[in-house]
Design a protein around this ligand. Structure first.
Ligand code: ADP
Ligand code: ASP
Ligand code: MG
Length: 485
């Protein structure tokens, strides 16, 4: 029994031409697998628009969401109109689009009246994009002769109630997959499942966080014990850097789960950071492929990627960060300051992306998203009130507009001098490094740099440390040849 889960991202279902391409790919592969499950994102831009509608309504604006309803109707109608035949399901699908957009408008009207939007309401609103796209894709597959059915992941992916960032409850999800998805597959049906969304045990809609469709697909792959997971996107695979930032970026043929984990965690948007969690235990190979260049092999992600001679495989950046520092001479040798500091941060539900401590113990610095700074600083000041009054701690302050730049590659583990090469490259470009940390898995090194130096830092590491090392290898495949978008 060979099972494949394929996930198509927002651009891949972004318009009628793209959806046609998606169905070509699906229909080409269907005969080669016993079971095939398709997971789709909302059409590109839709989740952003839904979010904006809810936020502007909450802020007292009752015009923007109405305009967005019209835009979203035009976008979806165009797809339905161009894909579906009038003597087929076209009319029915127009009605589906209307129904979900009416729901959107009704939600926004209520949010406008209330003057606020709860995370729970936000999930109800943002889930609508995938519900529409899954139905359009399934209808078009039917028109092309497949026995396809759209399926809402609220029936499959059971989560906790952390709205907007829900965690799957794997036992329950596994049961649902067995009870609901497997019978469809056994009946020879090709399910098109909504990515991104789930539901609590009580059936309240949740979402897995922005970009979460990759994670949805991985959860289903795990529950089905799939042989492979293919993530179809709009670039040729995972690349040595974000191609929008570094046009010379190249596709990386193979990566390990931990390398991808680090890359995604530190900002490479191509795969959602949680995607590898479900697949890692079952060793499910993951391919990242380009919907618009399907013949190109893409990137293969497995447990052990071949050790790269180049040692650093990719560089990534994550913006919108601040570095918070707790400092004071009285901290030296006092046990428990670090533990209490991080307990205070955790009490605010904020996760720390990077930590560095000065060797003299006179300060602890850590990096968090800028929007969490005020509450985190307040929490630390409260926790350390006594130490601050006694001047054991002088101050708690934040440096805003910093970027974490991360170099990733499992080969770094065994190679000395990688850090030196990185710093050498940055010094040449006059980039000031504010702090440094090595990832716990030893397959990454992260640096904090000022916001305005970030692009320079990424390009410099890419040119000097990644491309140079690869020249001799001649293994890399230029993205342009692959026809990346
Ligand atoms: P999808 O809608 O298919 O999920 P995303 O927009 O979420 O697509 O992710 C794909 C995008 O990620 C690419 O278009 C690219 O701009 C960006 N990206 C950032 N870093 C990388 C990287 N290292 N390799 C490939 N793509 C990257
Ligand atoms: N549509 C969702 C988003 O834009 C999920 C996804 O695309 O993966 O965040
Ligand atoms: Mg994505």
């Amino acid at each position: 029994m060979r099972t494949l889960v394929m996930k198509f991202g927002g651009t891949s279902v972004g318009g009628p031409e793209a959806i046609r391409q998606v169905t070509d790919i699906v229909l080409e592969h269907t005969p080669h697998w016993d079971r095939l499950v398709v997971v789709v994102s909302a059409m590109s831009g839709v989740t952003d628009a839904l979010t904006k509608g809810a936020l502007t309504a909450a802020a007292g604006d009752d015009q923007t969401y109405r305009a967005l309803v019209a835009d979203l109707r035009a976008l979806h109608y165009r797809a339905v109109d161009q894909l579906l035949r009038p003597d087929g399901e076209r009319g029915a699908l127009f009605a589906v689009v209307d129904e979900y957009l009416d729901t959107f408008e009704t939600f926004c009207r209520s949010i406008h009246v209330l003057g606020e939007v709860t995370p729970r309401a936000m999930d109800a609103v943002t889930s609508l994009g995938e519900r529409i796209s899954a139905r359009i894709v399934a209808a078009y597959l039917r028109q092309r002769g497949a026995k396809s059915e759209a399926l809402d992941a609220i029936e499959l992916v059971i989560t906790d109630d952390t709205f907007q960032n829900a965690a799957p409850l794997m036992e329950e999800t596994r049961e649902r997959v067995q009870g609901r998805l497997v019978p469809l597959l056994d009946a020879g049906i090709l399910p098109v499942v909504t990515g991104f969304i789930g539901a609590t045990r009580d059936g309240i809609t949740t979402t897995l966080g922005r970009g979460g469709s990759d994670y949805s697909a991985a959860i289903l792959a795990d529950c089905l014990d799939a042989d492979e997971l293919w993530i179809w996107t709009d670039v040729d695979g995972v690349m040595t850097a974000d191609p929008r930032l570094v046009p010379e970026a190249r596709v990386i043929p193979t990566l390990s789960y931990s390398e991808v984990g680090e890359l995604a965690y530190y900002g490479a948007k191509v795969v959602h950071p949680k995607t590898i969690r479900p697949v890692i235990e079952r060793d499910i190979p993951v391919w990242v492929k380009n919907t618009f260049n399907p013949q190109f092999p893409g990137t293969l992600i497995t447990r052990e990627a071949e050790p790269a001679a180049g040692t650093v495989k990719a560089v990534t950046a994550i913006k919108g960060m601040s570095m918070v520092t707790v400092e004071g001479r009285g901290m030296i040798g006092v046990p428990g300051i670090a533990a209490r500091t991080f307990a205070a941060v955790a009490s605010q539900g904020t996760s720390v992306l990077m930590i560095s401590q000065s060797s003299s113990e006179q300060s602890i610095s850590f990096v968090i998203p800028t929007n969490s700074v005020p509450k985190v600083v307040r929490a630390i000041e409260k926790e350390m009130a006594l130490e601050l009054a006694r001047r054991d701690i002088d101050r708690v302050w934040s440096l805003d507009d910093v970027v974490i730049v991360t170099a990733v590659g499992a080969g770094m583990r065994r190679t000395t001098g990688v850090a030196a090469r990185i710093f050498g490259a940055l010094a040449k470009a006059d980039v000031n490094v504010i702090a440094i940390a090595q990832g716990s898995s030893e397959c990454s090194i992260s640096l904090v740099v000022e916001g305005n130096a970030a692009a320079r830092a990424v390009r410099q590491i890419h040119d000097e440390v990644i491309l140079n090392a690869r020249m001799s290898e001649a293994k890399a495949v230029p993205a342009a040849e692959g026809g990346a978008q």
